[in-house]
Design a protein around this ligand. Sequence first.
Ligand SMILES: CC(C)(COP(=O)(O)OP(=O)(O)OC[C@H]1O[C@@H](n2cnc3c(N)ncnc32)[C@H](O)[C@@H]1OP(=O)(O)O)[C@@H](O)C(=O)NCCC(=O)NCCS
Length: 235
Amino acid sequence: MLQRILPHCVAVAEARDDPPEARLYPEEAALVSRAEDGRRREFTTVRHCARQAMARLGVPTGPVLPGRHGAPRWPGRTVGSLTHCDGYRGAALARDTDVLMLGIDAERHAPLPPGILEAIALPQELRRVSDHRARHGAVHWDRLLFSAKEAVYKAWNPHTGQRLEFEEADIAFDPDAGTFTARLLAPPPAQLLAPPPAQLPAPPTGAPALPDRLDGRWTVDEGLILTAIAVPTPR
Ligand SMILES: CC(C)(COP(=O)(O)OP(=O)(O)OC[C@H]1O[C@@H](n2cnc3c(N)ncnc32)[C@H](O)[C@@H]1OP(=O)(O)O)[C@@H](O)C(=O)NCCC(=O)NCCS
């Protein structure tokens, strides 16, 4: 499902259950030694997926440890993203020469609990959700909006080091094309944590340009919602 919504330069791996052969590196295992069983299983399987993605991309496999704000740290010059929910684990990884920012999110295809949509959505997003519901009632647009915001955060935060509140991304879906756009309303961070790839020309102002809009794709299938954002590296 993930490959359907990501470009082919992104290596993906997915699992619908927790394979017994999935293993952790000792430094990863130490992080979940006291975690409850469900957390340990999702953490282990998603890292198993991450190593499959590393192998598919042709980079050496290794541990995936949390960095700043919990974002996974990736080897060498790669960017990646992880997601897990009940019955699904997914990993996506790309070379930073191909992809600048990458974020994926999976959710069960079910309505959000009462009150959550109102807490995460901007007024214009509430209107769009209501409009989409009237025309395309088979999709849980509230959950899809939540998922898209999580994918935005996972793409944005590791690249910028900046937190992003739910009201700082204005998301609009194209129900027929399976795409969405996220207009970023947060002020750009003064300085990027991640330096731009070496081959990029230095921006004229000295400050790396950040997109104020992220484009993503979504799909609903097999009881799941998947959203993904892969911002191409400027050439
Ligand atoms: C971090 C967060 C995005 C995770 O999303 P989630 O739907 O709860 O959980 P998922 O299973 O899909 O993803 C979990 C994975 O996200 C990754 N992750 C955690 N923090 C991250 C960050 N700051 N940046 C990128 N990825 C992150 C981790 O790999 C984690 O898995 P792991 O703990 O096994 O390594 C979410 O918990 C969160 O903090 N959201 C608040 C911020 C936000 O979404 N703002 C909206 C902006 S529009």
